[in-house]
Design a protein around this ligand. Structure first.
Ligand code: MRU
Length: 383
């Protein structure tokens, strides 16, 4: 069975509700851009690439099923307004803004074409949105293979034999159109027979690691162990050598032009730990996550989410002896009345990052410690 976060055929879209995983598998239909906006904001669908694709396809489904005006200008205005609205759903991941920018360009070009009609503008939009779904899986497989090769060939652990890797948050099939980015690297290492073991961190506060990454690793039968976020330092110290841990590999929500990277909260502390323990720290992301218009991490807007995501946890009923998977309960794990700060992401400075794995190769710093990310946009292939 293939793990699918997004199910799409022309005119029909549904998303796997990731708030119910791993205990319940439920697909929610998405009929419109408004449905897509709410699915993204509530995090029923999440992960930078998945957010962009669900937004693009939510509007594609709406356009496919509505009565279309024959006037190109009217349809173009409708689409551009919806794209502006979709971009407001979550601010940090740049993939959504990047997708909206590219789709806007296609729509504006078509509208300006002599003979364009409302239907032709709609068709150009829908075709471009559908292509994003297909391209994402292809790009992730390439990211996985480039990352796995780099780890095997360029790390001391790789030279010693099978390697172990630690990852954070969820960057797999659930966070993308399929395969995943950092989890794609783990999948590719496993496929090559080069993976000894994967470790995934719980990823507080919303537990994407324990709920989603652990679910994907179990699903794919990849040898893996879950740790809480606070165990990472002890893991590197006590098991780093024994388990031949080569790298910490994470995804990204936005990589600034200088390589500073916004990713799930907790990523920055893992990068510091990696440096202290002499383990490589790698960011795996498609070029759609690289934002050359944002100079450095200081300029990245970090989303702050409701405190309830910290104070409440959801899970199946447990009476002290047995679990009842049919009844999902929410319980509070904090003193009521306490103030909560809940930034969803943090920024890891480029200085702590050893390589950025993209679909066109792994970018390393030059002799002066500088990433030249603009170079990878000159390489052939869709971006
Ligand atoms: O808040 P989330 O769950 O959307 O955060 C997801 C992450 O931080 C991922 O690491 C990132 O989006 C990359 S997913 C391929």
């Amino acid at each position: 069975m293939v793990l699918e976060s997004i199910r799409y055929t022309r005119g029909s879209l549904s998303i796997l509700d990731q708030l119910l995983l791993p205990h319940q598998t439920h697909y929610d239909p998405i009929y419109s851009s408004t449905d897509a906006w709410h699915a993204i904001r509530s995090m029923r669908t999440r992960g930078a690439p998945a957010i962009a694709i669900v937004a693009a396809l939510g509007l594609a489904v709406e356009l496919t099923n509505m009565k279309i005006s024959p006037i190109a200008e009217e349809v173009a205005i409708f689409i551009l307004e919806k794209l502006d609205y979709l971009v407001t759903s979550r601010p940090t991941a740049v993939n959504l803004a990047d997708a909206a920018r590219k789709l806007t360009r296609r729509v504006v070009d078509e509208k300006a074409r002599e003979g364009a009609t409302g239907e032709s503008v709609r068709d150009v939009y829908v075709t471009a949105a559908e292509k994003m779904l297909v391209d994402d899986v292809r790009d992730n497989e390439a990211i996985g293979d480039h990352g796995a090769k780099w780890i095997v060939e360029k790390t001391e652990a790789g030279a010693r034999g099978q390697v172990s890797v630690l990852t954070h948050c969820n960057t797999g099939s659930l966070a993308t159109a399929g395969y995943g980015t950092a989890l794609g690297v783990i999948r590719s290492l496993h496929k090559k027979g080069a993976l000894k073991h994967a470790f995934c961190s719980e990823t507080r506060p919303y537990n994407q690691g324990s709920r989603l990454t652990a679910y994907e690793l179990v699903h794919d039968e990849i040898p893996a162990t879950l740790i809480t976020d606070s165990m990472a330092a002890a893991l590197l110290r006590q098991k780093g050598r024994e388990m031949n841990i080569a790298a910490i590999v994470v995804g990204a929500d936005r990589v600034a032009a200088n390589g500073d990277t916004a990713n799930k909260i907790g990523t920055y502390s893992l990068a510091i730990l990696a440096r202290h323990h002499g383990v490589k720290f790698l960011v795996a992301a498609p070029r759609t996550t690289i934002d050359l218009n944002t100079e450095s991490g200081e300029k990245i807007v970090i989303e702050e989410r409701p405190g309830k995501e910290v104070t409440l946890v959801k899970g199946p009923r447990f009476d002290g002896v047995s679990l009842d998977l049919n009844v999902v309960e929410t319980i509070s794990i904090a003193a009521s009345g306490i103030d909560v700060w809940n930034p969803a992401f943090d920024v890891t400075p480029a200085a702590l990052i050893d390589g950025i794995i993209t679909e066109v190769g792994v970018v390393e710093k030059d002799a002066h410690g500088v990433f030249h990310l603009d170079e990878i946009f000159k390489i052939e292939g869709d971006e």
